[in-house]
Design a protein around this ligand. Structure first.
Ligand SMILES: [Zn+2]
Length: 393
């Protein structure tokens, strides 16, 4: 058998165990369509790499022969590291192979204009985070998620408007600093894959993910894989004319989506309206969660504008589900309800409000985005993780 086919079988086995584990080998054979011999061979290869383990105890078995020994994803040996780069801080995270954030740290940018300093600091703090929290786990790689336009193949952040970074060779800078294999992707795409691997959208083949933070962007997954486009530029929805028509956008036009609903823009809107004493989206969401009706109303307004974009994406792509990552929608049921109702009312293709989902990852969402960039690659080709290099050693 050639290596590509062997890798495909291993990926199918590991994916089935991720979704259904702990699970018996006979069930894996049924789920994947592989022969029992192929399942046994792939399980042995994956266990040899420390990705799969025999689960404690055995499943009930009635009949002759050996009991069904379940296998599960091994979460005690390896981890992936992640760096999410936002407008004013980096989120560092260590994740196990089930995509669970085991340690995380928020590091404010000292000088956001100096991308080398920001990335070097993030790398160094990540090494320390690993040493302090999970020194016994071997890192398989580093994932970097960032908003804006990311050229995945080149490992380059082509453009991040709010940071003002252009053509930053993120992969090469961080690989040199950590010694780890580094992959870079847009956080919208990373989270879309994370929803399929670890989240509520696992059984859906097609989905659209809309991210609303300081950057507003989207990811489109059809037929099981992300649509990237030339230089991975797909998903740029920041300048759709769906926003407030009086608001100027740095692009020179008025009424762009990002200029209207970004975290900073909305926090300033709330601050100017006297709802919060300083322009902070976290403060606005906290105020709403504490029962401030004006804060809640403002966030519901934002959810309704975000819904216009979600409805448009629904009609253009017609996916199984649309997932929205936005702080209000994640934290407040009123915002999630407003989003769902507005999409269902505006979209022609959306079959039901239940096909509009808030992100599965709550407060861990940025860490999951970063780690998912590596985890997606590991689950796509698990036999490729050879000679892992210890972080910072
Ligand atoms: Zn614009």
């Amino acid at each position: 058998m050639n290596p590509a086919r062997r890798g495909t079988g291993a990926a199918a086995v590991l994916g089935a165990v991720l979704r259904h584990g702990p699970v018996a080998r006979t069930t894996i054979a049924r789920l994947t369509g592989l022969s029992p011999a192929a399942v046994t061979r792939n399980c042995a290869a994956l266990a040899g790499l420390g990705l799969l383990t025999e689960a404690a105890g055995s499943l009930p078995y009635r009949g002759m022969g050996r009991p069904h020994s379940p296998v599960d994803v091994e979460t005690r040996r390896h981890l992936v590291a992640g760096i999410h780069v936002a407008h004013d801080h980096c989120t560092l995270a260590l994740l196990d192979l089930r995509g669970r954030v085991r340690a995380r740290l928020r590091v404010p940018h000292r000088d956001p204009d100096d991308h080398r300093e920001v990335l070097a600091t993030a790398a160094d703090r990540l090494v320390r985070l690993h040493a302090e929290h999970l020194p016994g786990h071997v890192p398989l790689g580093l994932g970097v998620a960032v908003g804006g336009w990311v050229d995945t193949e080149a490992g380059v952040l082509v453009e991040h408007a709010s940071l003002g970074w252009r053509d930053v060779p993120v992969r090469d800078l961080l690989a040199a600093r950590t010694g780890l294999p580094v992959l870079v992707d847009s956080h919208a795409r990373a989270l879309a894959r994370a929803e399929q691997l670890f989240g509520a959208a696992g059984h859906h083949r097609s989905l659209v993910h809309l991210f609303v933070g300081n950057v507003v962007d989207a990811a489109i997954i059809t037929g099981g894989g992300p649509h990237r486009g030339t230089r991975s530029a797909a998903g740029g929805v920041a300048h759709l004319a769906l926003g407030d028509p009086v608001i100027d956008c740095p692009c020179g036009r008025k009424g762009c989506l990002e200029a209207t609903v970004s975290d900073r823009a909305w926090a300033w809107r709330a601050h100017r309206a006297g709802v919060i004493p300083r322009p902070s989206i976290a403060d606005l969401v906290d105020a709403a969660a504490a029962g401030d009706a004006r804060a809640t109303a403002l966030l519901v307004d934002r959810a309704r504008i975000v819904a216009r974009a979600a409805a448009l994406l629904f009609d253009i792509v017609n996916p199984d589900v649309v997932v929205v990552t936005e702080l209000g929608v994640i934290r407040l049921p009123e915002c999630a309800d407003a989003l769902r109702a507005e999409v269902a009312a505006t979209s022609r293709a959306c079959p039901s409000p239940s096909t509009v989902l808030p992100s599965s990852f709550g407060p861990d969402v940025l860490g999951v985005a970063a780690g998912a960039v590596q985890l997606d690659a590991i689950y796509a080709d698990p036999l490729d993780i050879r000679n892992p290099i210890r972080l910072g050693v």
